[in-house]
Design a binder for this molecule. Structure first.
Ligand code: HEM
Ligand SMILES: *[C@@H]1O[C@H](CO)[C@@H](O)[C@H](O)[C@H]1NC(C)=O
Ligand SMILES: *[C@@H]1O[C@H](CO)[C@@H](O)[C@H](O)[C@H]1NC(C)=O
Ligand SMILES: *[C@@H]1O[C@H](CO)[C@@H](O)[C@H](O)[C@H]1NC(C)=O
Ligand SMILES: *[C@@H]1O[C@H](CO)[C@@H](O)[C@H](O)[C@H]1NC(C)=O
Length: 284
């Protein structure tokens, strides 16, 4: 995946605000949730999730960001009910291929691994929606951010909504008015929207999601826009493609001389690899 550090920097400040707002997600959900929900039925639930998240983030830091975003995309579509995890069935098309999610959401394999560990420890007790909520918190902690208490006891949905995922998750081309209303539709205030946006302190974005902003818009920090432009080309440059195709294969030091057929094959492979990378960056 040709992803770029469009949203980067590491200040944990914004994560602090994220913490404050997490309570809002929970508050709109329900009053009978409880942080000790699994104390008797699955006492190791939280340590199991925490150690799996820690390991996943140690292996790849970005995974912390990806798990945090999964919780957000779950919650914005008919509540925090695990529906984002459901694959398509004959009776519904799930949320995984909706615009904001397709080729973008990550971390499903980490969640699956946590779920199977929890099933071994306590069969059919811990909901997937709760796993996402706890994993989001544990991710922020593993990345060096603050902690908070997660209310538990969410129930998993048996259905999902492709169309709500498309309509309810805010889009990258939204203006301020659009953003405020997308959050207001979920019972969240403007201050919640601003604070929760601090989640973008961590993680990455694909060129395709911010290209229009960095070439067209004037309401963006100009040096940030300039630095992003250097890694997110405006469009496919025919000269660049030609250059890629003409590039010579790099020989290993000490490698035996190659016959022309082998050299041509290598050249072809190298060119198509570079081209694929370039195309991926521009077209995604
Ligand atoms: C305010 C409205 C929001 C918009 C328009 C928005 C949009 C986006 C976009 C376009 C990306 C990049 C996706 C890609 O290139 O594949 C992204 C990434 C991300 N978003 Fe948001 N987002 C918003 C709010 C949030 C919230 C509330 C959270 C969590 C609390 C969040 C967490 C993240 C994270 C952590 C990433 C990086 C994921 C990774 O590296 O895998 N976002 N967001
Ligand atoms: C639930 O377990 C946690 C962690 O072991 C403990 O701190 C908390 O006091 C327990 N709560 C109840 C209501 O038993
Ligand atoms: C999701 O992405 C795949 C792979 O890029 C693509 O083939 C498919 O059409 C996309 N699905 C939707 C619903 O856009
Ligand atoms: C925001 O965008 C919407 C369309 O998405 C448009 O109708 C509205 O006029 C815009 N508002 C501002 C203040 O730019
Ligand atoms: C800039 O905006 C125009 C008009 O909205 C759009 O057609 C064009 O693709 C945008 N440029 C980039 C680089 O996205």
């Amino acid at each position: 995946m040709a992803s770029l550090s469009g949203i980067s920097s590491r200040t944990p400040l914004a994560l602090f605000f994220f913490f404050c707002c997490c309570c809002c997600f929970a508050a709109t959900a329900s009053a009978q949730l409880s942080s000790s929900f699994y104390n008797a039925s699955c006492p190791n639930a939280l340590p199991i999730i925490q150690s799996a998240v820690k390991a996943a983030v140690a292996k790849e830091r970005r995974m912390g960001a990806s798990l945090l975003r999964l919780h957000f995309h779950d919650c914005f579509v008919q509540g925090c009910d695990g529906s984002v995890l459901l694959d398509d069935t004959s009776s519904f098309t799930g949320e995984k291929t909706a615009g904001p999610n397709n080729n973008s959401l990550r971390g499903f394999d980490v969640v699956d691994a946590i779920k199977s560990k929890l099933e071994s420890a306590c069969n059919q007790v811990v909901s997937c929606a709760d796993i996402l909520a706890v994993a989001a918190r544990d991710s922020v902690v593993a990345l060096g951010g603050p902690s908070w208490t997660v209310q538990l006891g969410r129930r998993d949905s048996t259905t999902a909504s492709f169309s709500s995922a498309n309509s309810d998750i805010p889009r990258p081309d939204f203006n301020l008015t659009d953003l405020i209303s997308a959050f207001s539709n979920k019972g969240l205030a403007t201050t919640d929207m601003v604070a929760l946006s601090g989640a973008h302190t961590v993680g990455q974005a694909r060129c395709t999601t911010f290209r229009a902003r960095i070439y067209n818009d004037t309401d963006i920090d100009s040096s940030l826009a300039a630095s992003l432009r250097s890694s997110c080309p405006r469009r496919l440059d025919p000269h660049r493609i030609r250059h890629l195709l003409l590039q010579e294969p790099v020989e290993q030091q000490g490698a035996p001389a190659l016959g022309p057929a082998v050299a041509r094959r290598r050249l072809h492979r190298l060119a198509s690899e570079l081209l694929r990378r370039e195309l991926g960056q521009v077209l995604r």
